[in-house]
Design a protein around this ligand. Structure first.
Ligand SMILES: Cc1cc2nc3c(=O)[nH]c(=O)nc-3n(C[C@H](O)[C@H](O)[C@H](O)COP(=O)(O)OP(=O)(O)OC[C@H]3O[C@@H](n4cnc5c(N)ncnc54)[C@H](O)[C@@H]3O)c2cc1C
Length: 399
């Protein structure tokens, strides 16, 4: 019987799962479709929960050397009405978010994958799988079928392999996405807070300090996020002159002007699309889905990479003995409350920040700032952001 576990996708979820399992002595084969994975991707805000997983992998110091401690999240309207004002210190005296470039995080994870000697197959797109009583057979483009003890799908929100799992599920693409880029921070540009500016729910600009792309770099990056309906994302660069887009951004938030001096061409802006992924459970026999593949959500709560790290950590905690069906079933039970809460919270919040809705953002502008000044509401909001909640009224994740 084969004893190695196959992981499909070497993003945050797949790479972290490979590391945590290999550390427990589980043989792993990591399959990645991209022939030469390069460290690219948006800036991420890693929450205290995700930071704890990085610490367990021995990678937190490296991440801190590259990223930036974010103390506060502040969002307001053009008229100056504060909508969000959350300070990590009100969650815990030592707490902070870690702004980091996805590429920098991936470099750290991939370096650890190599150090652990994990079998990593690049340019290996997994096209299909079949499971039976003794294992799982993978069909990989251009290669002979490969046999494994179990299969972990970590290949993102738009995974087609997930549909082969006999589990009730849906993946609904969001009507809104974004363009984003990382720009060099001009001298004196604020580096301690995630800054957002909203006009209703149809315009949103986000600025987040994300530190260096690599060790040895001197430039500190600011991640710029501009919300757009998917219909406008299609070929936006051809239709909208960059100058016009920059004017819209400055009109919404004049303070962004010095940063935009570093935005010279449309090609610097990358598109992002999301899907809301729901599964009745995350396992089907010897097959498990983790990361965005299992629970993709909008980026409003800044939890996707965080959840991917937690998935990997919690999976390894259950991975004793060779009975993968039992391990995966226990994993589903262990993750249920946490993932359900964040799935619901993300769904509830998204129309308030990215939509053509009128009432939801009006309510947001009237009540979020006011509610946030109440200690209980502030505590609940910052605990949600920190990634620890497992229920609406009570329940905390223990890692
Ligand atoms: C603009 C933006 C801002 C974000 N901000 C935050 C934030 O502040 N905080 C946060 O925590 N999260 C944030 N996220 C979300 C976060 O980036 C994702 O949730 C996280 O990266 C998901 O990781 P993953 O490994 O599950 O999936 P992915 O990163 O999508 O990785 C999937 C991997 O699988 C590979 N693959 C796909 N199909 C196959 C196949 N058939 N065979 C082999 N390989 C395959 C892909 O090439 C890829 O490498 C943000 C996302 C965006 C777009």
């Amino acid at each position: 019987m084969p004893d190695a576990v196959a992981i499909v996708g070497a993003g945050v979820a797949g790479a972290a799962a490979a590391i945590r399992l290999a550390e427990r002595g589980v043989p792993v084969d990591l399959y990645e479709a991209v022939p030469e994975p390069r460290p690219i991707g948006a800036g991420l805000l890693l929450q205290p929960t995700g930071q704890r997983v990085l610490a367990a992998m021995g990678l937190l110091d490296g991440a801190l050397a590259l990223g930036v401690r974010v103390d506060r999240l502040f969002g307001d309207t053009p008229s100056g009405r504060a909508v969000l004002d959350m300070s990590y210190r009100r969650f815990h005296a030592d707490a902070y978010g870690l702004g980091i470039q996805r590429g920098a995080l991936m470099d750290l994870l991939w370096q650890r994958v190599r150090e652990l000697g994990i079998a990593w197959h690049c340019g290996a797109a997994v096209e299909d799988f079949e499971q039976d009583a003794g294992g799982v057979t993978l069909r990989v483009a251009g290669r002979a079928p490969a046999r494994h003890a179990a299969l972990i799908l970590a290949n993102g929100s738009f995974s087609r392999l997930r549909q082969r799992m006999k589990v009730a599920q849906h993946a609904r693409p969001f009507a809104w996405g974004a363009v984003w880029t990382v720009l060099p921070a001009p001298a004196g540009f604020p580096q301690v807070e995630l800054r957002q500016r909203f006009r209703s729910a149809s315009q949103m600009l986000g600025l987040m300090p994300v530190g260096k792309a690599a060790a040895g770099d001197t430039a500190q990056g600011i991640n710029l996020f501009w919300s757009l309906p998917v219909a406008e994302l299609e070929g936006w660069a051809g239709r909208t002159a960059l100058a016009a887009l920059k004017r819209q951004m400055c009109d919404l938030f004049p303070g962004v002007a010095p940063l935009l001096a570093g935005l010279h061409e449309a090609a610097q802006l990358r598109e992002a699309r999301y899907a809301d992924v729901w599964m009745a459970r995350w396992h089907d026999g010897r097959v498990l889905a983790i990361g965005d593949c299992a629970h993709g959500m909008s980026p409003q709560l800044g939890q996707g990479a965080n959840m991917a790290l937690i998935d990997a950590h919690e999976l390894a905690a259950e991975a004793d003995g060779g009975d993968w069906r039992a391990v995966f079933a226990r994993y589903t039970r262990r993750r249920r409350a946490h993932l359900r809460f964040y799935g619901q919270a993300s769904k509830g919040l998204t129309p308030m920040f990215q939509s053509h809705a009128v009432v939801a953002p009006w309510l947001r502008d009237r009540f979020f700032g006011w509610g946030g000044r109440l200690p209980y509401i502030h505590q609940q909001s910052i605990a949600t952001l920190a990634g620890v909640k497992t229920g609406w009224l009570w329940g905390r994740l223990k890692l």
